[in-house]
Ligand binder design. Structure first.
Ligand SMILES: Cc1cc2nc3c(=O)[nH]c(=O)nc-3n(C[C@H](O)[C@H](O)[C@H](O)COP(=O)(O)OP(=O)(O)OC[C@H]3O[C@@H](n4cnc5c(N)ncnc54)[C@H](O)[C@@H]3O)c2cc1C
Length: 329
């Protein structure tokens, strides 16, 4: 804590123009609309500012937590008083390179990136136009939908490796993308700054039509009217998490304000006033029930904070806890 306070004082002195929010409630930065305050949230205006911030934090033996659009994270209600968050929301450079590849900074939204590709007659990112994340978060998660994954379009990623305070340009292979996974999840300390995407030439109108159709399907199937973080669990191999949860009788099951969506059982939604503990308990319950009833093990897709939180360390919802839903009615 002492280091953090010293680092914040130094950041204020050395970076007076930096947008720095102290004791910032994370509910305002998370698509779940859940989460108490973090000690500080900085929003650097460019890559230089971001790396300078990282360097100052490193001098104080601190590592920041990187925030994209906050569409795949659950922040705890009690806040994270020891966390310094850096948001990439202002890293939004996006242009075509002379050889036709697309260069984008980490904070560019996937929707904007897909729209840019369409406007330039480039196909391969239609699947991403409805994913509400940023390119940086998308690379960490290897975001995907409707048969496409970000890894199919990525040629290389530039990241700032905190332990060495060095920039690396990683090829797609070096990023070790897998289903909703990447090197960046397993190797701490990589701050994604930008990526180059290689796309095929296509017909602008056809690309726009495909994006429209995929977004229509998304609106039809997903509970986009309620706060969530998308799919709560990853797909176990050869199976669908939503189908398993439904099979376990949990569609509509709720803990406090957190509910297994009635529209799409793969989503945990905030029906109003959900706490992070409601969501944790619901996820623990889903995982346990699905395992008991189907034998399948579900792993969370949502990043759960604090970083050492593991669903498997927690039992099912305690008897008498505010639990409602089909099974308890
Ligand atoms: C309604 C809804 C629908 C969704 N649909 C899909 C879908 O179809 N497919 C899919 O894959 N996902 C989906 N998601 C989940 C989410 O949008 C994706 O996982 C997305 O890639 C997360 O991006 P983000 O910018 O919001 O990342 P965040 O949620 O901000 O961060 C996710 C992780 O990435 C890290 N991170 C973010 N930026 C950086 C960076 N620059 N450098 C290093 N680490 C970083 C964070 O620390 C965190 O660990 C959906 C979510 C919602 C709410």
């Amino acid at each position: 804590m002492e280091n953090l306070e010293k680092a914040i004082a130094e950041i204020k002195a050395r970076m007076p123009g930096l947008r720095l929010k102290e004791n910032e409630p994370m509910a305002e930065h998370s698509s779940f609309r859940i989460g108490g305050p973090v000690r500080a949230l900085a929003i650097p205006s460019d890559v230089m500012g971001l790396t300078k911030l990282c360097a100052i934090l490193k001098e104080h033996e601190l590592a920041p937590f990187l925030l994209g659009n906050g569409t795949n994270i659950l922040f705890p209600d009690e806040g994270l008083p020891e966390l310094f968050i850096i948001s990439t929301e202002r890293l939004t450079k996006l242009f075509l390179l002379p050889d036709g590849a697309v260069y984008a900074e980490a904070g560019v939204s996937l929707a904007k990136l897909a729209g840019f590709a369409q406007q330039n007659g480039l196909t391969g990112l239609e699947f991403a136009s409805g994913i509400p994340g940023s390119l940086g978060g998308g690379c960490v998660m290897n975001a995907g939908a409707y048969g496409g994954e970000l890894k199919d379009a990525i040629e290389s990623v530039v990241c700032y490796y905190l332990p060495e305070q060095r920039l690396y340009e990683l090829t797609k292979e070096q990023c070790r993308f897998g289903y909703r996974s990447s090197l960046f999840q397993n190797l701490g300390g990589c701050v994604i700054l930008s990526a180059v995407l290689r796309l095929e030439k296509g017909d602008g109108e056809e690309i726009a039509e495909k994006m429209k159709e995929l977004n229509r399907r998304r609106r039809e199937k997903q509970p986009l009217d309620l706060p969530s973080a998308g799919s709560a669990f990853k797909r176990p191999e050869g199976q669908y998490a939503a189908a398993l949860i439904e099979q376990a009788g949990l569609k509509g099951y709720a803990v406090g304000g957190a509910q297994v969506s009635e529209k799409h059982a793969g989503f945990v939604v905030n029906t109003g006033g959900a706490t992070s503990h409601d969501v944790y308990e619901l996820m623990v319950h889903i995982r346990k029930t699905v395992y008991e009833k189907t034998g399948a093990k579900l792993e969370p897709e949502v990043i759960l904070l604090p970083p050492d939180y593991r669903l498997e360390d927690h039992g099912p919802a305690a008897p008498g806890h505010r639990v409602s839903g089909p099974e308890t009615e």
